[in-house]
Write a protein of this length. Structure first.
Lengths: 92, 124
């Protein structure tokens, strides 16, 4: 049987890693603070998708918790940083 | 040797197409984040990752684990629902912060509509 998934999943992993690299470049060169926050959010989203594809690659369900945790923490972090940019403090 | 050598071919092709489509859309959104010019153009680019890319990879996960376990494995839908709820909220907050900072530095952006009328008259 042709190993379709054995070829497709590493290719998808490489594509997601390239996407994370693009977001990392935007974090490093981003002219303003909100660009860096947006790029960090995008990078966390790419990392979450990378975790899901890794779980498919190894046939393991344990990566699902890591992906969920990454999504949750990236939301909290992005909200805190956006709030800081908006008000100058996180909790009023 | 591999955990997915025993799966039927149509399932392998379906999962591979969904995963490659999702990864390609993630790459597309990140490239847009890299090469668009202003912040208000760039803020639209990653939303394609949060919608289409995320849903494609989540559906691939649901299909794969439903067949390997022999029962419906809907736990990955939780991630997509969570992302669909949280990403618009954080994007709106980021855009409001960017508008606020652009007004502070005197850029030409639209005025705030939520400010009370007295303060708007005073600032105008």
């Amino acid at each position: 049987m042709t190993p379709v998934l054995q070829w497709a999943l590493p290719v998808a992993l490489v594509m997601l890693a390239l996407a994370m690299g693009c977001a990392l470049i935007r974090v490093l060169i981003g002219p303003s603070a909100q660009d860096r926050v947006l790029a960090l959010d995008c990078m966390a989203l790419n990392g979450m998708l990378l975790m899901l594809v890794l779980g498919l690659h190894y046939g393991s369900k344990n990566y699902f918790e890591a992906a969920l945790l990454l999504a949750l923490l990236s939301f909290v972090g992005t909200m805190a940083m956006a709030k800081f940019l908006l008000r100058g403090e996180v909790i009023e | 040797m591999s955990p997915h050598a025993a799966l039927p071919l149509w399932l392998q092709v379906l999962v591979a197409v969904l995963v490659l489509l999702g990864a390609g859309l993630a790459l597309l959104g990140s490239l847009g984040l890299l090469r668009l010019r202003t912040f208000f153009e760039r803020v639209h680019a990653p939303s394609i990752i949060a919608t289409m890319g995320c849903w494609c990879i989540v559906h691939a996960t649901v299909l794969y684990f439903s067949f390997t376990d022999g029962q419906l494995a809907l736990h990955a839908i939780l991630i997509a629902v969570f992302v669909a709820i949280t990403v618009p909220v954080s994007t709106i907050f980021l855009m409001r912060a960017a508008l606020f900072r652009a007004r502070q530095t005197g850029k030409r952006v639209p005025r705030s509509l939520s400010a009370p009328p007295g303060s708007r008259k005073k600032s105008a």
